[in-house]
Design a protein around this ligand. Structure first.
Ligand SMILES: NC(=O)c1ccc[n+]([C@@H]2O[C@H](COP(=O)([O-])OP(=O)(O)OC[C@H]3O[C@@H](n4cnc5c(N)ncnc54)[C@H](OP(=O)(O)O)[C@@H]3O)[C@@H](O)[C@H]2O)c1
Ligand SMILES: O=P(O)(O)OC[C@H](O)CO
Length: 328
């Protein structure tokens, strides 16, 4: 079994570690030639999760994407959504044909406000039947530490999801499957917005009492959005939805919460992005969801709060006060 992993960041590195526990060959593409050389020589990613050992017998790093895709059965996309088009620019639909594509991305394509799976269908002729996503509450940093984690593989093709869930299962990762690819993908996008907003309110002095109310309200906001865009019967208390919201909103490792916290403490977006050295998907998601939902009349106080602050330069204090009045 050959699997291409696209992306050189924290989540790609964690996925490579998980896959290395199985009997598969991993072809790992990243954009930077110096990073590939470093991994070949030192068996560690120089910039992300550097404690993770990259086994040369299992993992071959590449900078040529076409070469890395040749002969692979599965392709896992693990770059932030804003960079997917750039990452895939050297390949065409023919290079992805007959492969099963898994998106590990929890974000939307900012230029088109699309889910990554829809964008792949439109631009690379990948059928949804041949696609799945990796979801669930899981921070790359805890994978590196081999802390027990749980992933959900969602796909409209349950056979594909089950096969991939088997591949991802290992000593420290348990997996399950769901058919609700849209619901899980949109909920993952929304939880990033919520974590970012939690970070902002924390930076502004909000306490645990406030955050608990905010997360409870967030679950209702996620339900309203997901039920509007992708209506179906679903149990939003499952870990792929609620679990992911909780880990992102509360964890010390959350990129989105950390980013939001800096904004709440008065950093500009640019300064926060520079200091982070990692991508907070929620920043792009706020605009995508806000614009996408404009044609509906869905109440989204938390998304509105983050949008006004990040994209309309609104007063932090005033928006915090408006949000406080709207939550119940
Ligand atoms: N981290 C987690 O715990 C976690 C868990 C679940 C899901 N996810 C999702 O996984 C996705 C990736 O996040 P991450 O945490 O791995 O991000 P990250 O650690 O910030 O890494 C970002 C990666 O994107 C690469 N990149 C930037 N611009 C690029 C471009 N134009 N073309 C190709 N690659 C480019 C960076 O390469 P350089 O290093 O060369 O700049 C880096 O390897 C996100 O959607 C995130 O929501 C993350
Ligand atoms: O660190 P965050 O906030 O980007 O969240 C990462 C994962 O999505 C948690 O499941």
């Amino acid at each position: 079994m050959k699997i291409t992993v696209i992306g050189g960041g924290s989540w790609a590195t964690a996925i490579v570690k998980i896959l290395s526990e199985s009997n598969v060959q991993i072809k790992w593409w990243m954009r930077c030639a110096a990073d590939v050389e470093h991994i070949k020589k030192h068996h560690h990613n120089p910039h992300y999760l550097s404690s993770v050992e990259v086994h040369p017998s299992k993992v071959k790093p590449y900078t040529n994407l076409k070469e890395s895709l040749r002969g692979s059965d599965w392709v896992i996309l693990a770059v932030p959504a804003a960079f997917v088009a750039d990452a895939l620019k050297s390949v065409s639909a023919v290079n992805l044909a007959d492969k099963k594509i898994i998106s590990a991305i929890k974000g939307m394509i900012p230029s088109t406000n699309q889910l990554v799976t829809d964008w792949l269908a439109d631009n690379y002729e990948v059928s949804h039947h041949n696609m799945g996503i990796i979801a669930g509450p899981c921070h790359a940093e805890e994978v590196a530490l081999e802390k027990q984690s749980y992933l959900t593989i969602a796909s409209p093709n349950i056979e594909l999801a089950t096969e991939f869930a088997e591949i991802m299962r290992c000593r420290f990762v348990k997996t399950s499957v769901l058919g609700d690819i849209y619901g899980v993908e949109y909920a993952a996008v929304m939880k990033n917005i919520v974590a970012l907003a939690c970070g902002i309110t924390h930076g502004l002095g909000g306490g645990d009492n406030f955050q608990a109310v905010m997360v409870a309200n967030a679950m209702q906001e996620i339900k309203r959005v997901v039920d509007t865009i992708a209506p179906m019967e679903r149990d939003l208390s499952a870990s792929a939805y609620l679990g992911d919201l909780l880990v992102t909103a509360y964890s010390q490792f959350s990129r989105n919460r950390t980013f939001g916290n800096m904004i709440g403490r008065g950093y500009s977006v640019k300064a926060a992005q520079l200091e982070m050295n990692m991508i907070a998907e929620g920043y792009y998601a706020v605009k995508c969801i806000f614009e996408m939902m404009e044609k509906y009349t869905v109440d989204m106080p938390i998304t509105d709060f983050a949008y006004q602050i990040l994209y309309k330069n609104a007063s932090l204090k005033k928006q915090f006060s408006i949000l406080q009045d709207k939550l119940k």
